[in-house]
Design a protein around this ligand. Sequence first.
Ligand SMILES: [Zn+2]
Length: 58
Amino acid sequence: MKAKFLKVRCTGCGNEQSVYSHASTIVRCNVCEKTLATPTGGKAEMKGIVIGAVEQSG
Ligand SMILES: [Zn+2]
């Protein structure tokens, strides 16, 4: 599966931020530092609410 950025909403504060689908490190919310994604070795496991993919040009 092609790697991409996902729009993820934090379940703690509602902040929305882009998270790399194959993040190799734990991704935390920029606002409250709640964990949004954890690495699994492949596709990261999303802990927040995935709203959709971030459209990328090119
Ligand atoms: Zn948050």
